[in-house]
Design a protein around this ligand. Structure first.
Ligand SMILES: [Zn+2]
Length: 288
């Protein structure tokens, strides 16, 4: 099998970008009949309940969580490569994570919005900014997200310098060592969007992000890998903006499908992994 794409998009702005994105991206993914996961901040879902209720009824797009208020679960400390400017900084850049009580309150509020608007809780969580090792070195945070009902995390999105790319050699894994064999980390691979590719890789101005992603797709197909591809709702307020900033979606999806790759939502991928693990592994003792 020539690879699997788990495409996930942060829909987080709680403003016109989110509403525009929801409209134009839903049209696109429906037209291409391509499953995708959108990770909504609770604020965004709360602001546009009807829009997302309609998308939920469509059944193609998996609506999941991106915290209520885009709160970081871990502090990010980026060692910026020499000669690069990231987040307007050189040298080092720090973005502070929330405290445990703040995180518990935020995730609880997010889940209450999901229950109010969609009549269910979210089961997958993209943690703002993404971190090195995901939550693997933070069993206290794993306990919180597990208690909140999350079984899929997209929290491992940086390398040892808190930068990117995240190599494809690092593939999704369950948090088994930490005692949560049914909690799956699906990563964010490569660069989390074009702006990070431009900041960290500093390609020539005329280099195309689509060409870069096609090369990634080739690597995924050759290695039969899982590719957790990421994007955001930014720059999607109007149809023209969406066409300009997300024009690569259509081209990359076509290309990946041409290579024979399958597309799965986070939920579909989780179910496939868990079914395979039940079929092949010895029974494990659950941590509770
Ligand atoms: Zn985000």
């Amino acid at each position: 099998m020539p690879g699997t794409v788990v495409f996930g998009i942060d829909v987080e702005s709680a403003a016109e970008d989110a509403a525009g994105f929801a409209r134009y991206a839903a049209e696109l993914f429906s037209a291409l009949d391509t499953p995708v996961t959108w990770y909504l901040t609770g604020k965004t879902l709360e602001r546009y309940p009807e829009i997302f209720q309609e998308i939920e009824r469509g059944g193609l797009i998996d609506l999941q969580a991106h915290t209520y208020n885009h709160l970081l679960l871990k502090t990010v400390l980026i060692q910026i490569p020499a000669g690069r400017v990231v987040h307007g900084s050189t040298g080092w850049f720090l973005q502070r994570g929330g405290t445990l009580p703040e995180i518990e309150e935020d995730l609880d509020r997010c889940q209450r919005v999901f229950a109010d608007v969609l009549g269910r809780r979210a089961t997958a969580l993209t943690t703002p900014w993404g971190y090195y090792r995901g939550l693997g070195d933070r069993p206290d945070l794993l306990e919180i997200v597990y208690q909140q009902g999350f079984r899929v995390l997209r929290s491992f999105g940086r390398d040892a310098r808190d930068g990117q790319p995240v190599p494809l050699a690092w593939q999704p894994f369950p948090y088994r060592v930490q005692g949560y064999p049914d909690l799956l980390e699906i990563m964010i691979h490569d660069y989390q969007d074009e702006f990070y590719w431009r900041a960290f890789a500093a390609p020539p101005d005329k280099a195309s992000y689509v060409d870069h992603l096609k090369a990634v797709a080739q690597q995924v197909a050759t290695g039969n890998l899982v590719w957790s591809l990421c994007s955001h709702d930014s720059g999607s307020g109007t149809r023209e903006d969406f066409a300009r900033t997300k024009g690569w979606f259509r081209e990359v999806l076509h290309y990946a499908k041409g290579l024979g790759m399958q597309f799965l939502t986070a939920t579909q991928y989780y179910q496939a992994v868990m079914a395979a693990s039940l079929a092949t592994e010895e029974p494990h003792v659950h941590h509770r």
